[in-house]
Design a protein around this ligand. Sequence first.
Ligand SMILES: [Zn+2]
Length: 331
Amino acid sequence: MMIEEKPKKNSGIEWWAERTKKLLDEQKASWPLLKINYENLANIQIREFIFDDFEIKIQYNPDRIKSTSADVSDGAIKSRKCFLCLENLPVEQNGLAYNKHFFILSNPHPIFPAHFTISRRIHTTQTIIGNFEELLDLTRALGKYYTLFYNGPQCGSSAPDHMHFQACTKNIMPVEYEFNKMVSKLPGAATGNGKIEIRFFEEFLRYFISFESRDEDELLFAFKTFVNAFKKISPPYDEPLMNLIASYQENVWRVLIFPRQKHRPTHFFAEGEKQLLISPAAVDMGGLFIAPREEDFKKITPEDVIDIFKQVSISKEYFGFLKEKIGEVIA
Ligand SMILES: [Zn+2]
């Protein structure tokens, strides 16, 4: 386990993306398990479901079984060693110290040709409140090659006790490469004030919101407005359930927000033939379903996808409420 600090003199805008890319190459050369898992991923099977004019992909990925089926109950979390704490990382794992708060680590169980975990140096609860600015900062730093994502502690994160983001190869999730096409199908223009564009997506099986801006403060304010509105319709004390996908291109951030009403669909808990071990997180909401069992990969149907999205995505009524509240503040 080695953590490398950034040299002071190399501070170009693309330094982090380049160094992170190199980290993965180094780890493939020095860490046999990671190398094998990336090789296996290259031969992985994919199914595609085409809905009216967008697609959902299903990836058969047996290496993700632990993450998908993780017991994230309080009891289970307290009784296991935290796999993101420095002292518990595999000896082969090396990382980059990003800033005072985060380490960049190669994910040894990849979903993407490049997949990283970006975890807090100290063991502290998974939350986006107080960390959204860090997300924007990381997204810009890695934006040349990578997209960042966040899974809320109760909707997809397998380490809800240790704050982390993930980063992956850009433009692989369908929602990313189909974004402009989706925007062209929206009935109205974006909500905004000239400094930020906000869009509400209601026609693509799950509800989501996009923020696009080159102004960090506008994004922080819009996100705060969203969280405050969402808190009003969420159980008190807990972080409202959400997944985020953030990218950065031509000096513009794009943040996609998927508000959720629950973590796992009934399919996950069903028994026997009816069970589908699918546990939606940001990647699945982004249009890439992960099926760690071959039987599920083979039997899942477009109707299952529709039903799973319907169960885990926020309701139409609540989405309407968020739209209204955000519109009142930012217009
Ligand atoms: Zn930890």
